[in-house]
Design a protein around this ligand. Structure first.
Ligand SMILES: *[C@@H]1O[C@H](CO)[C@@H](O)[C@H](O)[C@H]1NC(C)=O
Ligand SMILES: *[C@@H]1O[C@H](CO)[C@@H](O)[C@H](O)[C@H]1NC(C)=O
Ligand SMILES: *[C@@H]1O[C@H](CO)[C@@H](O)[C@H](O)[C@H]1NC(C)=O
Ligand SMILES: *[C@@H]1O[C@H](CO)[C@@H](O)[C@H](O)[C@H]1NC(C)=O
Ligand SMILES: *[C@@H]1O[C@H](CO)[C@@H](O)[C@H](O)[C@H]1NC(C)=O
Ligand SMILES: *[C@@H]1O[C@H](CO)[C@@H](O)[C@H](O)[C@H]1NC(C)=O
Length: 595
């Protein structure tokens, strides 16, 4: 239901028509959160270290909302360095101002707070947030996002008896500050020190791991019941294979799309990806079972350090989990993983955020307007520094965010010249942006010329994953595309020496980050922005928020935080604003009476 003409945001209507605004607020509720981001001391692998927590929790609190709700999160940065949280997979329609990456936002200085305000418009599914700068994700700072269906749209499966958010991640005992220093000088910072599950180190299933005696994760379940497991790879570098001993994983959703429901015994989950599985507790339940996440496609895959283990504890259980860990896929069988990825398809008949079926957008029949072939290469020295490139360009984040430079017509911050193909020239460091055509239909082929799996992520959109294969992409590769039920998501893997093709409808105006989610690649410059502007109607984007933080060439506009006035936009502050207006009128009255 729409409560305002599409070109007018709800809040500007408030001032004009109070009654309309009331309807609007009733239709799309606001939820408020106050989060403090700070270091905690934890020892997930037995070594004391600083991790980033939110309100004292690691992983952070789950943002549990429903389609179209307005989310207001006041984030206080109690770290000793600047912070931005980004909302992986949240589309921020018309509103890249809230995306929380350096191309759209100035980082929140240490000791300051900043309030994000965004609507989870036309979305459902499982996502997560994390700190987007300074390599901070290596220290945690992440948490789950759940967007529930509105009551009027049925979920395409029986309502589960419980909902479990599970973060799996590679983990290093080195601090994120040490790791980012290492990345600047060394290509490879080595194998992870362990795999965490929801911030816990592994259950000591073998003597190599038994030395720790540190806490491990346990998930408590009732026999016979079915649970929805939302599994996120929040790690920084490593693909993980996820499996539960003796239990099937019925895949139902990934990053906001309901999938064709299929059973898997295990699933490769790449960095930045999110999946929902229904797991039925259909085993005898007289003992516990292992939940496993083990590294894939790394030299150290067979090392016990490369395996995360948590415990599935039936309420009826009489004893510990036993037997060998469930088998991983055969490591050398690379086509297993690709075939598994190809088997993940969209359930075209299911409704999701809107009542009409997910398949009603017939992406396979739309004419492509722009084609990009984006090639990533291994890190290399450019002007004496280790950098990594996309199409020969290593992205340099300017001190003035791109979006702010655009808003204030500051020239020379970036160029709209990102090449559509790799160029036959020396690699360079630059701030080059992709020029998207509003409502264009873009085909992007990612070609991975590196030796490890890469996860590409695009902010602001869900794209259709239409094909992937080993070797070099050619025009003929299009004959392999899935034109009917490719899944729509925001993070896709590209295997080494292989390509992945996506299609994306550019209907969301803004400045959107396209990056490799593997943190070292991102840090060394494997990102670019996609600028999507509607040249005709500038209201296809929200206006700049009143609480914008200024930096770089716009620093003179920034007031000190202590002198800042409250921003408007939330119902709370709308009342504050009208009270302000009343007070002002009252003051004018007093002044005129005094004359
Ligand atoms: C999320 O909130 C809904 C109510 O809006 C509730 O039914 C559900 O149990 C919550 N889920 C979690 C995982 O907290
Ligand atoms: C900082 O938090 C205070 C309340 O604690 C709030 O009034 C203010 O708007 C926030 N500042 C920003 C820039 O969001
Ligand atoms: C998935 O496996 C479960 C047993 O764990 C079975 O009951 C169910 O029918 C299977 N579903 C599909 C779609 O294969
Ligand atoms: C697709 O979704 C429909 C609900 O619209 C559901 O009934 C059906 O079981 C789903 N199909 C598969 C194969 O998952
Ligand atoms: C930026 O330029 C556009 C058109 O060139 C103009 O409409 C707009 O007012 C300018 N904005 C600022 C902040 O100067
Ligand atoms: C960007 O694309 C638009 C069409 O969407 C075109 O009008 C404009 O000239 C392009 N800008 C540059 C710098 O290429």
């Amino acid at each position: 239901m729409r409560c305002s003409p599409p070109h007018l945001p709800c809040t500007s209507l408030v001032v004009l028509f109070l009654s309309v605004a009331t309807v609007c607020l009733a239709a799309d509720p606001y939820v408020f959160f106050d989060w403090t981001v700070s270091y905690l001391t934890a020892s997930p692998l037995g070594t004391r270290q600083q991790v980033i927590g939110i309100n004292g929790q690691f992983p952070g609190p789950i943002l549990n909302v429903t389609t179209n709700w307005n989310v207001v999160v006041n984030v206080k940065n109690n770290l000793d360095e600047p912070l931005l949280l980004t909302w992986n997979g949240i589309q921020h329609r018309k509103n890249s101002w809230q995306d929380g990456v350096l191309g759209t936002n100035c980082p929140i200085p240490s000791g300051w707070n900043w309030t994000y305000e965004f609507q989870v418009k036309d979305q459902i599914g499982s996502f997560f947030y994390f700190p987007s700068t300074n390599f901070q994700r290596a220290a945690g700072g992440y948490g789950g996002i759940i967007i529930n269906n509105r009551d009027i749209i049925p979920v395409p499966f029986l309502l589960p008896d419980g909902d479990v958010t599970l973060f799996i991640s590679d983990w290093f005992t080195k601090s994120h500050k040490k790791l980012r220093k290492d990345v600047e000088t060394k290509i490879d910072f080595g194998a992870p020190d362990g795999i965490l599950m929801n911030g816990f180190g592994p259950f000591p299933y073998s003597s190599e791991l038994a030395s720790g005696g540190f806490p491990y994760g346990t998930i408590n379940v009732e026999p016979g019941r079915t649970y929805r497991f939302r599994v996120h790879n929040s790690g920084i570098a490593t693909t993980l294979n996820f499996r539960i001993q003796n239990h099937n994983l019925l895949l139902v959703e990934t990053e906001g799309s309901y999938t064709v429901q299929q059973n898997y015994t295990n699933m490769d989950i790449h960095v930045g990806q999110s999946f929902s599985f229904l797991v039925t507790m259909d085993q005898s339940g007289s003992n516990d079972y292992y939940i496993v996440a083990s590294t894939r496609f790394t030299k150290s895959s067979s090392s016990p350090k490369a395996t995360g283990v948590a415990i599935l504890h039936y309420s009826s259980s009489q004893g510990p989990a036993s037997g060998p860990l469930p088998d991983p896929p055969i490591e050398s069988d690379t086509s297993f993983s690709m075939n598994q990825a190809r088997s993940i398809r969209l359930n075209v008949s299911a409704g999701a955020a809107r009542p009409n079926p997910q398949g009603s957008f017939k992406y396979g029949e739309i004419t492509v307007t722009d084609v990009y072939v984006i090639v990533n290469r291994p890190p290399e020295k450019i002007d004496g520094r280790l950098r990594a490139t996309l199409n020969g360009i290593s992205y340099l984040p300017p001190s003035t965010p791109l979006k702010l430079a655009q808003q204030y017509n500051i020239s020379g911050v970036y160029k709209l010249d990102f090449p559509k193909r790799p160029m036959n020239r020396h690699p360079k460091v630059d701030t080059s942006v992709m020029n998207g055509t509003y409502k264009g239909f873009m085909e992007i082929i990612f070609q991975n010329s590196d030796t490890t799996v890469k996860s590409y992520h695009l902010d602001g959109y869900a794209f259709f994953v239409v094909g992937m294969d080993f070797g070099l992409w050619t025009e003929n590769s299009r004959s392999l595309y899935n034109k009917g039920d490719g899944v729509a998501r925001s993070t896709t893997q590209v295997f080494p020496g292989a390509w992945t093709a996506i299609l994306v409808y550019l209907d969301n105006a803004g400045m959107w980050n396209l990056r490799i989610d593997n943190l070292a690649s991102w840090y060394l410059g494997q990102e670019v922005y996609l600028n999507v502007v509607n040249p005709e109607i500038d209201t296809s984007e929200n206006s700049i928020p009143e609480n914008t933080i200024y930096c770089g060439r716009l620093s003179p506009l920034q007031r000190d935080q202590s002198q800042r006035v409250n921003f408007s936009g939330s119902p709370r502050s709308i009342f504050a604003t009208s009270r302000g207006i009343l007070l002002a009128l009252f003051a004018i009255l007093i002044i005129s009476l005094a004359r």
